[in-house]
Write a protein that binds this ligand. Structure first.
Ligand SMILES: *Cc1c(COP(=O)(O)O)cnc(C)c1O
Length: 389
């Protein structure tokens, strides 16, 4: 067997799975093969295209039924969902919110929208999500309990909420995080934007924290064009989430009264129509993605120096975005792989730039981020559309 690393071998492994006929292959495309036309046409025919309509109600009910959450509130996008989740978890200006450094910008932006400060924490290689052991040790070091919660002894700010994120759809180790949050009196909001259809020990991701955010952006496992949702088991928080995302208007036949500063974050009916049609196809998407991941795993088992990322133990992942990771010895080869594959018309992408390196967040607190740095250096996302199988 050839034990020399070569980026050509990576390209050939991807090609053997996606069977490129020389057309270019994107990283992730939506598949609109169900009742999308019918439902959207119904919106157009009836004039119910905007902020109210039966598809919004149906979409929310379907989401709650599928995930097992008591309430699902549909909103304009996943970032808005996160924003409302953070407000409802009690974050106020000046608080700190713990988030992974290895995440999409939306997680950090939502914290900033609250006037709070993101505090970046490390991830573990096993799940690509927040490392519970490292977080617990860190909090032992920096946290101090006061009357109204957990404080960062170094900055003097309150640490109100933790937002773990299920990276590329792979569930992170959520159980120990729940315990840490209970011990340290920190709220837990899940960023489940990437993990719709992923389960941890049989339970849907996004139903563990007090609140969770989903995303239905065009590149996610299913799409509403743009959209998102808030999940919660708490009836009162569910009611408040609906109220806050619909301008906090007090229901009345003609009066316009509002009792809080609300947001115009509701999902239009026409987008919810797409969501209902996509949800009908979710189990087919999940099957396709699992089959694609299986083929990648097989193809990469023969490529020295790289590992295809599989779902963590006890979890069923949606395999939203596939990724390979280079062995430490070949950590300098990432850019060559990106060059070779993208030049060949196969779109690949590195992980996000770590949040603490972005100009808006360089002054924010962070723990030692050794693993996140190593992951970013070695990780490459590869084509993952459900339509590839
Ligand atoms: C997609 C995504 C979001 C939400 O994104 P929107 O584009 O606003 O729907 C939030 N967090 C993560 C990690 C994401 O990948």
């Amino acid at each position: 067997m050839n034990t020399e690393f070569s980026s050509k071998a990576v390209l050939e492994a991807i090609r053997s799975v996606v069977q490129s006929d020389n057309t270019s292959i994107s990283l992730h495309e939506p598949k609109l093969a169900g009742n999308e036309w019918t439902y959207v046409k119904e919106c157009l025919d009836t004039g119910w295209v905007s902020s109210v309509g039966k598809f919004v109600d149906r979409f929310e009910d379907d989401l709650a039924a599928y995930t097992g959450a008591k309430r699902a509130i549909a909103v304009v996008n996943g970032t808005a969902a996160l924003h409302i989740c953070l407000i409802l978890s009690g974050v106020v200006p000046g608080d700190e919110v713990l988030i992974p450094a290895l995440t999409f910008i939306a997680t950090a932006n939502a914290v900033s929208y609250c006037g709070a400060v993101p505090h970046f924490i490390d991830s573990e290689e096993k799940t690509l999500g927040v490392d519970p052991g490292k977080l617990a040790a860190y909090l032992e070091d920096i946290a101090e309990q006061r009357q109204d919660g957990c404080y960062n002894r170094i900055t003097g700010r309150r640490i109100k909420t933790l937002v773990p994120m299920h990276t590329f759809g792979h569930p992170l180790d959520i159980e120990p995080l729940l315990k840490i949050c209970a011990d340290f009196r920190i709220e837990l909001v899940e960023d489940a934007a990437e993990s719709f259809g992923s389960f941890y020990k049989g339970r849907h991701t996004g139903t563990f924290g007090r609140l969770a955010a989903l995303s239905f952006n065009g590149n996610k496992i299913m799409t509403t064009g743009g959209g998102g949702a808030i999940l919660t088991d708490d009836e009162e928080l569910g009611r408040l989430a609906k109220h806050l995302t619909t301008t906090a208007k007090i229901p009345h036949r003609w009066e316009f009264n509002h009792d809080m500063i609300g947001y115009n974050y509701r999902l239009p009916n026409i987008n919810a129509a797409l969501g209902c049609a996509q949800l009908e196809q979710l189990s087919a998407f999940l099957d396709n993605k699992r089959a694609l991941a299986g083929r990648y795993a097989q193809a990469f088992s023969e490529v020295p120096g790289v590992r295809f990322i599989r779902e963590p133990e006890y979890c069923r992942s949606n395999y939203w975005l596939n990724a390979i990771i280079l062995d430490e010895d070949f950590r300098n080869m990432r850019d060559e792989i990106l060059e070779v594959t993208n030049s060949a018309g196969i779109m690949t992408r590195p992980a996000w730039t770590l949040m603490h390196r972005l100009p808006m967040f360089t002054d924010c607190p962070h723990m030692n981020l050794t693993i996140s740095k190593s992951l970013v250096r070695r990780l490459v996302n590869i084509p993952s559309s459900a339509g590839l199988v």
